[in-house]
Design a protein around this ligand. Structure first.
Ligand SMILES: Nc1nc2c(c(=O)[nH]1)N[C@@H](CN(C=O)c1ccc(C(=O)N[C@@H](CCC(=O)O)C(=O)O)cc1)CN2
Length: 292
């Protein structure tokens, strides 16, 4: 079994971006500026935006964090989005998901300027991605593609089964794997909550991407020998005996599945850190585009 080490690879990508930022500074150019908006106090979301801001500091980006209270109304959040759209200092920004229930997520994402949409969630970017046009590709699927590509894992002609049809991960990764580009040309099955006899499908898969959010869902008897397993699920499982009061658990029964897999991502340290690295890459791209 080979480990797909997302932490190591994300550090390599961040070093590459830091090198580019250093070159920009030498030339007296403006460095990329990422803003993040978070509404409420969800613990995991606070961790993720904290990681994004720290990563910016590490590689020399400017960053702005807008922390809004849980009580923020949809109209107030829309006003912040419009402000960021209009601010020439900001190259790209993200609105951390999930949003509180009283805010319509789609309405907010639709209001983000597609040119600053470094999350790639706006329909203009999603549509361009699906049509193989230049766009911002959502950070998690982009990170998975980069992991496969940089580790030389063959996807062409392989059968990939993606579990989960979310707009953030399942649907875009199913499109990217089937495209002609790098880590593409796979034959893709997109499975979801209404899929019948899922194990029958996953047992045929050369590549399984699980983005379900159900701890230890994918068992060893659901995959074949030599399978490549990408675990996108990161669930905080309460555990009073731990210092943090929880532990992180992926969708994959790692101990058992890793015995059959040729390649597998761990949780933590797999897809998660790649998400941060690819967001930074998108922000660098946004700066380069704005520079013209
Ligand atoms: N606006 C967005 N919201 C969300 C996105 C996104 O891409 N844009 N994706 C996820 C959360 N996410 C990024 O925001 C994210 C998830 C996980 C990690 C990560 O590094 N995980 C670590 C463990 C960290 C911990 O909890 O201690 C790991 O897997 O090793 C980074 C970013 C939903 N929302």
């Amino acid at each position: 079994m080979n480990l797909l080490d997302g932490k190591k690879l994300s550090n390599e990508i961040k070093d590459e971006i830091a090198g580019e930022v250093a070159r920009m500074k030498e030339k007296g150019e403006k460095v990329p500026h990422l803003a993040a908006v978070i509404v409420g106090e969800d613990g995991a979301s606070l961790t993720y935006v904290g990681s994004k801001v720290r990563a910016c500091e590490r590689i020399g980006f400017e960053s702005t964090l807008k922390k809004l209270p849980e009580s923020t109304t949809e109209q107030e959040l829309l006003a912040v989005v419009r402000e960021l759209n209009a601010d020439p200092a900001i190259d790209g920004y993200i609105v951390q998901l999930p949003l509180p229930d009283h805010i319509d997520e789609q309405k907010i994402l639709m209001a983000v300027d597609p040119d600053k949409d470094v999350d790639g969630f706006h329909p203009a970017n999603f549509g361009k991605m699906a049509m193989e046009l230049e766009s911002f590709i959502s950070a998690t699927p982009y990170g998975i593609i980069e992991m496969l590509r940089r580790n030389g894992i063959e996807t062409s002609g392989k059968h990939a089964v993606v579990i989960g049809r979310s707009h953030i991960v399942g649907r875009p990764i199913s499109i990217l794997l089937s495209q002609k580009g790098p880590a593409g040309n796979a034959t893709v099955t997109l499975a979801h909550s209404r899929t019948k006899n899922l194990a029958h499908l996953t047992r045929q898969a050369d590549i399984v991407v699980s983005a379900l959010g159900v701890p230890n869902f994918l068992k060893a008897d659901m995959v074949k020998e030599g399978v490549v397993v990408i675990d996108v699920g990161i669930t905080r499982v309460p555990d009073a005996s731990r210092e943090r009061g929880y532990y992180l658990c992926g969708d994959v029964d790692f101990k058992a599945v890793s015995k059959k897999a040729s390649w597998i991502t761990p949780v933590p340290g797999g897809v998660g850190p790649m998400t941060i690295a690819m967001l930074l890459k998108n922000t660098l791209l946004a700066r380069q585009r704005h520079r013209g």
